[in-house]
Design a protein around this ligand. Structure first.
Ligand code: BGC
Length: 344
């Protein structure tokens, strides 16, 4: 552990390095961000495989793309920032057009978390007070990052003292080429999902679970990301690329493969497993170059891809989506793993 810097109010921010010879991971207590993951290519050369900066100030000054952050209390969008629990309506201040995104204006990515080392990793804790960004209940969230072999595992645990909603995820942008050397359009991705949740123009799910078959959303077999991204398909036009939630096959609550990405040039391969019911595959469509990466590359459109394991966006307003409600006495537990390898 070392001190990375200070926030504007003078709070000092620890940064940690986890390393086991196969992976090297840096994690900041500011927003529980994954700041760097280094993994080997097919020749054994280690390089950064997520976007990031060595400067805490860059994360503070350019929070918009949520690079590497833990997002919450509610990852992705809530329509008009409004939802109802037990007949009472709650309002999150809109911060994405009329909608609330990633927990509202001051989401979990903008707090300094408590942190301490645990065997093989790090545990970060955030206590979000009752009424934080309009959400009910004091919510205690623990995020535990651990390294085992070539796997980085993330465990999320949360409790509350009033009924609330929760949907937390990690917002890393993967770039398997290494050290930000190219965009991600040449990567191949496979997503273990027969259906996805189409959205309206504000990227709010319409409520439909649409089949991926015969559309550019079909990644049941590995496909090159850029091959169909500019197809004349309304859902891609609305989002400027891929920015959708896929409904994962298999039983939510059990760890199963969600997605596999591979870069044919470096040979690096990432397998994502999760207990969550969905995954947001986002091709960095809104990256606009304002976040300057550590290798001197400003991050522009398609420079990284997010694989945000999650409950579906706007679930509090869709009774038939898997529930994001958390009640006092219950514990929310969710696990996601990122395993790095090489293509054979
Ligand atoms: C959303 C995008 C958004 C991005 C960064 C993703 O989870 O789906 O629409 O631009 O996060 O905020």
């Amino acid at each position: 552990m070392s001190t990375w810097g200070k926030t504007a109010d003078g709070t000092s921010v620890p940064i940690y390095t986890l390393s086991n010879g196969q992976l090297e991971v840096r994690i900041s207590a500011y927003g529980a961000h994954l700041v760097s993951i280094k993994a080997p290519d097919k020749t054994g050369k280690m390089a950064d495989v997520i976007l990031g900066s060595d400067s805490l100030q860059t994360y503070i000054d350019v929070p918009g793309p949520y690079i590497g952050a833990i997002v919450g209390r509610y990852g992705n969008r809530i329509a008009l920032g409004k939802f109802t629990i037990d007949g009472k309506t709650y309002q999150i201040p809109p911060n994405n057009g009329p909608n609330a995104l990633h927990g509202g204006p001051r989401g979990f990515d903008k707090y300094v978390w408590q942190s301490h080392e645990v065997p093989d990793g790090l545990e970060l804790t955030l206590v979000s007070p009752d009424g934080d960004q309009g959400f009910p209940g004091t919510l205690t969230l623990k995020v535990r990052y651990t390294l085992k072999g070539s796997t980085l595992r993330i465990d999320y645990t949360a409790t509350t003292d009033k009924a609330t909603v929760i949907n937390v995820t990690n917002h890393s942008y993967f770039n398997l080429r290494g050290d930000d050397a190219a965009d991600i359009l040449g990567d191949k991705i496979e997503i273990n999902a027969d259906k996805y949740t189409p959205t309206d123009a504000g990227l709010i799910p319409t409520g439909e679970l649409a089949p991926v078959a015969s559309t550019p959303m079909d990644f049941r077999k590995p496909e090159v990301i850029g091959a169909r991204i500019n197809d004349d398909f309304q859902q891609l036009k609305l989002a400027g690329g891929y920015d959708h939630n896929w409904v994962l096959n298999g039983k939510a609550g059990t760890l199963r493969v969600a997605a596999i990405v591979a870069d044919p040039v470096s040979g690096r391969k990432l397998t994502v497993e999760t207990t969550e019911p969905g995954i947001q595959f986002y091709t960095g469509n809104f990256l606009d170059g304002t976040f300057m990466g550590r290798h001197g590359i400003p991050y522009k459109k398609n420079w990284g891809l997010c694989l945000e394991t999650q409950h579906f966006p706007d679930s509090p307003n869709h009774a038939d989506f898997p529930s994001t409600l958390l009640k006092p006495g219950e514990t929310m537990h969710s696990t996601t793993t990122f395993t790095f390898g090489v293509v054979k």
